[in-house]
Structures are given as structure tokens and as C-alpha cells.
Design a protein around this ligand. Structure first.
Ligand code: FAD
Ligand code: FES
Length: 274
């Protein structure tokens, strides 16, 4: 995966915010750094609350590149995200981004790609789908389009964002309570419908990612997973977000990597899920 572009700290304008479920919000922001943002990267949100100085990291969910807009879909998990949920059209919020490495979109060229998302790991998969067929803007970024891009989405119960995907591609759908799609998890849906793929990008709970990684390894399918760890600085300075890897970090010589700067996207065979 290529080096991370330098992040920008700026005050962004809220274009819109709506509730998708009782605790899941969809937020569109106008920011200057859209051209350098890639699917799988994230943005740090700074709150106007002196008791919450650490930023809240949220993955980029989708792009409206011509209008310089980024979309974020997040769950109200605690006080920070509750404060974010109060933002309305025209409000402003301090953000820094894009952060992290993002998915290796260039590997999609000519492949049948399967995007696998579970729960709040679903939003970043939409950005991958949007950008998969993006026109190259200069010669350097020229690449062949993928052969096909399908999505496998797993939810606990009622799906959200489903039409965002189903309007653009085929969706293998699973819910744990059986209220929509196949009863079970994303792998149940993939196995039942025998989803073909030459490349997998995944995001979701660690247990799901471990299962996806072994599914891919059994079939020799290259697979990239986006990990989530609690973060503090978000820019590689505090080592508060490390994940265990099978190879050593070339600088610190320990089998750990910083999720905020070395990730959040990792080549699945290099992640130690134990
Ligand atoms: C790279 C990255 C991308 C993320 N993208 C998204 C996203 O697209 N959508 C989304 O809904 N959430 C995402 N998160 C999680 C999000 O950052 C946290 O839910 C948020 O920071 C919680 O802040 P809070 O002040 O509302 O809650 P807090 O009061 O800080 O915490 C509330 C609860 O959430 C848990 N929590 C807080 N941070 C994390 C975390 N990083 N991972 C797991 N549990 C956490 C806490 O343990 C606690 O139980 C992402 C996290 C990372 C690291
Ligand atoms: S959050 Fe500080 S190094 Fe990653």
C-alpha cells in the first residue's frame, strides 16, 4: 500500500445529518481534502468540549468528489459521538484527515472483488464500491476497472444502508436474527450463494475478520482487512493503537503495528488474530 498523504486540519461545514436508525447517523461534510482521500481511510473529529480533547476517529463512508463532500456513518457509542449527532446543516466541526492508509484500490484491476462488511464495518465498504469504477483523473493513477464488485453485508438485525449497495451491485445479505437475507453471518451468506472472488476487502468486528481471513486463506484469495483499535493521537505518536502482527515492525522490531498510521488496512495473512 502506498504512503499516506499528509493530513489536513480544518474546520468543515456540515452539509446534512440524518438518523438511519435510532442510534446510527449519516453525516455529509464539505472538506478541502477530498481529492487525496481514499476508501478505508478515516477522519479525526475534534469536539468543542474541553473534557474531551482526544479526537474521535470515524471511517470515510462515501465520496461526492465533484462537490468536495465526504460521508460518515457512525453509531452513537458514547458522549463524543452523541455530541457529533447534534450537528445540523450549516454547523462547523474541526476535523483532521485523511488518516491511515486505505485499501489498495489498484489491486482491483481486472478482478472479481468481494467487499465484506459487518455492522459498523459496512460504511467504509460503500466508499470502495463508489471508487471502484472511478475515472482515473491523471495518467499516474490509471488502472483497469475491476471485472466485478459485489458486497456481502452482515447485520445483527434490521439492515441499514442496504439500498446504497443494492442500487449499485449484488448484495449477499445475512442477519443474525434472520429478519432479512440469510440467517447467520456474512460467511453463511457467502458460502450459501458461493460468491466468486479473486480479491477480498473486509471491515467489521475482529472475530468476523478472523473468520474472513481464514476463508480467504483456504481459497488462496488475497484479502485485506481494516482493524479498529481505541485511538488517542490518531497520527502515530502515542503507540496507543497497536495491533499484533506476524511480522516485525521494521522500525521498532516488535510484532506490532500502529493501526492509525500503518493501518487501519492490513494484508490479512500478516495479522495475528490470536
Ligand atoms: C479507525 C477507526 C475508524 C472508525 N470508524 C467508525 C465508523 O465508521 N463508524 C462508527 O460508528 N464508529 C467508528 N469507529 C469507532 C468510533 O471511533 C468510536 O465509537 C468513538 O470514538 C466513540 O467515541 P464516544 O466519545 O462516543 O464514546 P466513548 O465514551 O469514548 O466510548 C463509548 C464506548 O465505545 C467504545 N469505543 C470507543 N472507541 C472505540 C473504538 N475505537 N473501538 C471500539 N470501541 C470503542 C468504548 O469502549 C465504550 O464502550 C472507528 C474507530 C476507529 C479506530
Ligand atoms: S493513536 Fe497514537 S499512535 Fe495510533
Amino acid at each position: 500500500m502506498s504512503g499516506n498523504a499528509a493530513p489536513t486540519l480544518e474546520t468543515a461545514r456540515v452539509v446534512s445529518q440524518e438518523a438511519l436508525t435510532e442510534d446510527t447517523m449519516s453525516l455529509w461534510l464539505e472538506v478541502s481534502f477530498v481529492p487525496k482521500a481514499r476508501p478505508g481511510q478515516f477522519v479525526s473529529f475534534y469536539l468543542d468540549d474541553p473534557s474531551r480533547l482526544l479526537p474521535r476517529p470515524i471511517s470515510i463512508c462515501d465520496f461526492e468528489r465533484r462537490l468536495s463532500l465526504l460521508r460518515f456513518v457512525y453509531r452513537i457509542a458514547g458522549e463524543g459521538t452523541r455530541q457529533l449527532s447534534l450537528l445540523r446543516t450549516g454547523d462547523s466541526v474541526r476535523v483532521m484527515g485523511p488518516l491511515g492508509n486505505g485499501y489498495p484500490m489498484e489491486e482491483m484491476a481486472g478482478k472479481r472483488v468481494l467487499l465484506i462488511g459487518g455492522g459498523l464495518g459496512i460504511p467504509p465498504m460503500l466508499g470502495c464500491l463508489t471508487d471502484a469504477y472511478r475515472e482515473p483523473c491523471d495518467r499516474e493513477s490509471f488502472r483497469l476497472p475491476p471485472k466485478a464488485v459485489n458486497a456481502a453485508l452482515g447485520y445483527r438485525s434490521a439492515p441499514f444502508m442496504l439500498s446504497d449497495f443494492s442500487e449499485k451491485t449484488h448484495v449477499y445479505l445475512a442477519t443474525e436474527d434472520g429478519s432479512a437475507g440469510v440467517k447467520g453471518n456474512v460467511l453463511t451468506a457467502i458460502r450459501e450463494e458461493m460468491a466468486p472472488s479473486d480479491l477480498i476487502f473486509a471491515c467489521g468486528p475482529k472475530r468476523m475478520l478472523a473468520a474472513v481471513a481464514s476463508y480467504a486463506a483456504e481459497r488462496c484469495i488475497p484479502c485485506y482487512v481494516s482493524l479498529e483499535e481505541r485511538m488517542a493521537c490518531g497520527v502515530g505518536a502515542c503507540l496507543g493503537c497497536v495491533a499484533k502482527t506476524k511480522s516485525e515492525d521494521p522500525h521498532y522490531h516488535v510484532p506490532y503495528r500502529r493501526v492509525c498510521t500503518d493501518g487501519p488496512v492490513f494484508y490479512a495473512p500478516d495479522v495475528d488474530f490470536s
